[in-house]
Design a protein. Structure first.
Length: 421
């Protein structure tokens, strides 16, 4: 920034010059202030509008680096991936790799994951009043439904039952039109009064309930066979991390059936669709029943941007992991939200906890040895120390893997069974 000129002539000069007229001083001050403002604006513009000048030693004639999402598009990447690819490139991912991924066979934009998430969050946080109103009317019509203002799977099934009973499309969606139809149905005949509703008593999470598909006699025999066959591997992991092999085997059993089911989605494709859906316009046509006013649209758009940003972070982590380990990210099977491998690691956890267990120079979470060591490393990093016989201490660590009490019960139940063999 240039130094501003002095406010007026030096006193020694005033005696030898004609004094300005009385109105000249204000005009001069105004002129100088304008000049100063122009200089300041120019200097900020050259410096990057925030005091961030060019890196030392850079070419002053080169154009400034683009801000994320505003630079040139990644060559060869078409809509709807254009903006997402540009943002990932601007965050450091190789342009050629991005072009190859976004042109990989089978990659198709799927708005369904974002639509599902937006409907879920809209029902919980934005239109709980409408959901409660629908639940109350369904109860009065004789349907067995909880009244809590939350659009969960149970409420959806009851809504579908009402729709089927009344010749409507059984889509399970809660809308203003559905509320009106329920009012009409109540006029025809109410089965019971709302005062008869008794909310279920609040209960502490069960310490014994398990997922029966993993703890029945046949399932336990299956996992016991897998564990016995791979016990030397689990012993090596336990020696390295101090985590019982039975606990790791149990997690692998519950997450993926010990590697027999890795998911029906392509993890990177699902994350890419979620991330691209940060552009709400891509998913808006599927939400016209709830996007009915400017307030609702603002909520949905803001939520899509936030969820899409999360998905972009996970996609970036997944792509970096794959390319660093010479793997094809477009081939990873996984969950709809991008979890992969025997232990269903979220991509953002891979760099923190995944390890090369077999020493082949790369980390492959679909390799059993790498997966066993990686899960063991996660549990140790989450606080597991040695045998840790105290069940409450065990629960706290496993809860960091999955925050479902029933999940934790199941892991520890199966682990105890394996330890007793």
């Amino acid at each position: 920034m240039t130094t501003p000129p002095p406010a007026g002539p030096a006193p020694s000069l005033l005696s030898s010059r004609r004094l300005p007229s009385p109105g000249a001083f204000p005009r001069t001050i105004i002129f100088l202030r304008l000049a100063l403002a122009v200089c300041l604006a120019a200097s900020l513009l050259l410096a990057g509008c925030g005091g961030r000048g060019r890196p030392e030693g850079s070419d002053p004639s080169a154009p400034p680096a683009p801000r994320p999402g505003t630079g040139a598009a990644v060559r060869g990447v078409a809509a709807p991936w254009t903006d997402l690819a540009r943002r990932l490139r601007d965050r450091g991912l190789p342009e050629a790799n991005l072009a190859a991924f976004f042109n990989s066979p089978g990659l198709r934009f799927n708005p369904a994951p974002m639509e599902t998430k937006l409907r879920e969050l809209y029902g919980i946080f934005y239109r709980s009043d409408l959901t409660r109103s629908v639940q109350e009317k369904l109860f009065e019509l004789g349907y067995d439904v909880g009244i809590d203002g939350r659009m969960g799977p149970g409420t959806k099934k009851v809504v579908q039952a009402f729709q089927s009973d009344n010749g409507l499309a059984a889509d399970g969606k809660i809308t203003d039109d559905l509320d009106v139809r329920l009012k009409v149905a109540l006029i025809k005949g109410k089965v019971r009064d709302l005062s008869q509703y008794k909310p279920p008593p609040a209960r502490e999470p069960s310490r014994t309930a398990t997922h029966g598909q993993f703890t029945n006699k046949t399932a336990l025999a299956t996992i016991a066979g897998h564990y016995a066959a791979d016990k030397p591997l689990f012993d090596r992991m336990e020696a390295a991390y101090g985590v019982p092999g039975q606990v790791v085997a149990s997690i692998m059993w519950i997450e993926t059936g010990y590697g027999t089911f890795f998911g029906t989605q392509k993890a990177a494709h699902s994350l890419a669709s979620m991330a691209a859906s940060a552009n709400y316009d891509l998913v808006a046509p599927r939400l016209t029943d709830i996007d009915t006013n400017s307030e609702a649209r603002a909520y949905l758009k803001e939520t899509a941007e936030a969820r899409g940003g999360w998905a972009a972070d996970e996609l970036r982590a997944l792509l970096e992991y794959a390319w660093r380990n010479r793997l094809d990210p477009s081939e990873f099977p996984g969950s709809v939200y991008g979890a992969i491998g025997y232990g269903q690691f979220m991509p953002s956890n891979i760099s923190k906890f995944a390890v090369d267990g077999n020493g082949d120079g790369r980390i492959d979470l679909f390799d059993k040895t790498d997966a066993v060591f990686s899960i063991g490393n996660f549990l140790r990093g989450s606080g597991w120390r040695g045998p840790m016989a105290d069940q409450e201490a065990r629960r706290k660590v496993v809860m960091l893997y999955n925050r479902s009490a029933t999940y934790v019960n199941t892991v520890l139940f199966v682990a105890r069974h394996l330890g007793a063999q």
